[in-house]
Write a protein that binds this ligand. Structure first.
Ligand SMILES: [Zn+2]
Length: 242
């Protein structure tokens, strides 16, 4: 095989490796982002529930003071009732006392309802706090592991890139430049096998004369459609037929 073609195949293998490592690096970063987003959302939801709890406690306190006042008004009314002698006034006072008692019962019921809401909200806040704590711990663990793995991936990518530079230095400069352009334009694939009489990248057939020459492997050929460099190997050819 033409050494330039062999070199191009090696370059492509290295770029495939770099792409795989970069993909892993991106996935790690994306996963961390996702966890942090969940944390933020949970934090916001918790803050909202805490605020609602505080509000309910304020209402509860107000209601309790109100109930205390209700009780005092009832006692005053009772005292007055004892002192009343005229029937008409007595009836009016009794009616007022009934109204006061009804208000007391309503306020008491409201107080109980608030108490239930407070208990429920408090339980929800406690549960969410526990869950948030778990996720926070998970994010911290994940961050620590990811940091190690990211450093490892960066190291590997650096070392593979060094290997690529070494191989590139042995190839004609214009070919390497063209390879890089195609790599950029064609989603990271610049060198493909020629199979079934055509380009494995875009499936475009090559003229029969060219197909014979590609199989000989002496000259460098590019696909006339996608510009990728073409090479022939028996294995790639057999694999494509299966
Ligand atoms: Zn092609």
């Amino acid at each position: 095989m033409n050494p330039t073609i062999a070199g191009l195949i090696e370059l492509q293998q290295i770029d495939d490796e770099i792409r795989t490592h970069k993909k892993q690096r991106d996935e790690l970063a994306t996963n961390l982002e996702r966890l942090k987003k969940i944390l933020t959302q949970m934090g916001a939801s918790l803050a909202e529930k805490r605020e609602r709890l505080r509000e309910n406690v304020r209402w509860y306190d107000d209601k309790r003071i109100e109930l205390q006042a209700d009780s005092e008004r009832i006692n005053n009314a009772k005292t007055k009732l004892v002192a009343v002698s005229r029937t008409k006034e007595y009836q009016a006072m009794t009616k007022e006392l009934d109204n006061l008692r009804r208000k007391y019962q309503e306020d008491e019921a409201e107080l109980q309802r608030l108490q239930t809401v407070i208990t429920e909200t408090q339980a929800a806040v406690d549960a969410e706090e526990a869950k948030l704590g778990e996720i926070q711990a998970e994010v911290q663990r994940e961050e620590a592991t990811s940091a190690e793995r990211l450093a490892e991936l960066d190291r590997i990518i650096g070392s593979v890139a060094g290997k690529k530079a070494e191989i590139g230095a042995k190839l004609p400069k214009n070919i390497v430049a063209s390879y890089e352009r195609i790599l950029e334009k064609r989603d990271g694939i610049a060198v493909v096998p020629a199979v079934l009489g055509g380009c494995a990248g875009c499936k475009m057939k090559v003229p029969p004369q060219t197909w014979v020459k590609i199989q000989l492997g002496k000259e460098i050929f590019q696909c006339s459609n996608c510009q990728r460099y073409l090479y022939y190997t028996v294995q790639a050819s057999q694999a494509s037929m299966q």
